[in-house]
Write a protein that binds this ligand. Structure first.
Ligand code: PLP
Length: 337
């Protein structure tokens, strides 16, 4: 194996030694297969290609100071992938198969889990696709569940750094009663135009408003939104956002710190009343926001260029659990033996 420059990893694909696969055929899941092949052969009429029958997950494994590898809350990813499967009629992956496959692929690729002091981690990407052919619009009869892994750098190379978000009202990533609450590729395809424009205009991401009324905050393209207001942790309640496992964990940690948790609609104007705002997800844990620009009203909300005190506290607490530096009272991590 070539030596990996752990300190300079970005967030992108690189080949690990192995990936694992299980095929769903004739109404049942097969054994977990191990392969070094980066390609998948499937029917040219596969439903994932024609009708977007696809769901994915994102999980991380961390190497602790004690040398042990910890995977964070994968049981929640398993459940979420089952909800995604129900939402777009994929064959459901049982939790036991999901967890066995994660354990197996991490163990096989142990050499790709970055060392503790690099700040990097192993990104685990489960994928579930309809591989059987259909030209009439209906679910496939054959599915592939596969997991690839790759080492990724810390999200913020120069350390925990605040970024800018932008609000545009002319794009939606998901419809109010559509697929926003499940983790499917279609939502990401739908967010690329706005995301690209945001990057070109100097923002890290788009902050979407609710698609029905454009009155309330929904979430960022790939991350949930939260705010700190006095002693409250505030995060949107909406039918069209993806229930982030990071957000769920931060709510628990904030409650444990004695904060009040408010899951409710957040009107856009309330952005002027928050002390700290951030985006949260597996990739960055917390991405603090220093400015939100409302492009349609040429109005900006400023939060200071340094990450807020509570955001930093929450970030350190969660990363501490992930790297095994802090007690894990809720058994969020699984050690890979
Ligand atoms: C995956 C994802 C998130 C973050 O979820 P985590 O479980 O915290 O990684 C947030 N929003 C969207 C749209 C997502 O797809």
């Amino acid at each position: 194996m070539e030596t990996i420059d752990w300190k300079n990893l970005g967030f992108g694909y690189s080949k690990a030694d192995y990936n694992v696969r299980s095929w769903y055929r004739n109404g049942q899941w097969g054994e977990i297969e191990v392969t070094t092949d980066e390609h998948v052969t499937m029917h040219i009429g596969a439903t994932c290609l024609h009708y977007g029958q696809e769901s994915f997950e994102g999980i991380k494994a961390f190497r602790g100071q004690d040398g042990k590898i910890r995977v964070f809350r994968m049981d929640e990813n398993a459940k979420r992938m089952q909800r995604s499967a129900q939402g777009i009629m994929l064959a459901e992956v049982p939790t036991s198969l999901f967890i066995d496959a994660v354990k197996k692929v991490v163990k096989l690729n142990e050499a790709f889990v970055p060392p503790f002091d690099s700040g990097a981690s192993l990104y685990i990407r489960p994928l579930l696709i309809g591989t059987g052919p259909q030209i009439g619009v209906k679910p496939a009869e054959e599915y592939l569940f596969t997991i690839i892994v790759m080492p990724v750098g810390p999200y913020f190379k120069e350390g925990f750094k605040a970024t800018d978000l932008v609000i545009y009202r002319e794009y939606d990533r998901a419809a109010p009663l559509g697929t926003g609450k499940i983790k499917v590729g279609g939502n990401y395809a739908a967010s690329m135009v706005a995301g690209q424009r945001a990057h070109q205009e100097g923002f890290s991401a788009v902050l979407y408003l609710d698609a029905r009324e454009k009155k309330y905050i929904d979430e960022c393209g790939p991350a949930n939104f939260f705010a700190i207001k006095g002693n409250s942790y505030v995060t949107p309640r909406s039918e069209s956002i993806l229930p982030s496992i990071t957000n769920m964990s931060l709510r628990q940690l904030a409650a444990d710190m004695g904060m009040k948790i408010e899951e409710r609609q957040i009107p856009v104007e309330e952005l002027s009343e928050f002390d700290e705002v951030g985006a949260c997800g597996t990739a960055a844990v917390i991405s603090p926001i220093k400015r939100i620009y409302d492009a349609d009203h040429d109005k900006e909300y400023l939060y200071g260029s340094e990450p807020g005190k509570v955001s930093v506290q929450l970030y350190e607490k969660l990363q501490g659990i992930q790297y095994g530096l802090e007690p894990d009272p809720y058994n969020w991590t699984t050690i890979i033996e």
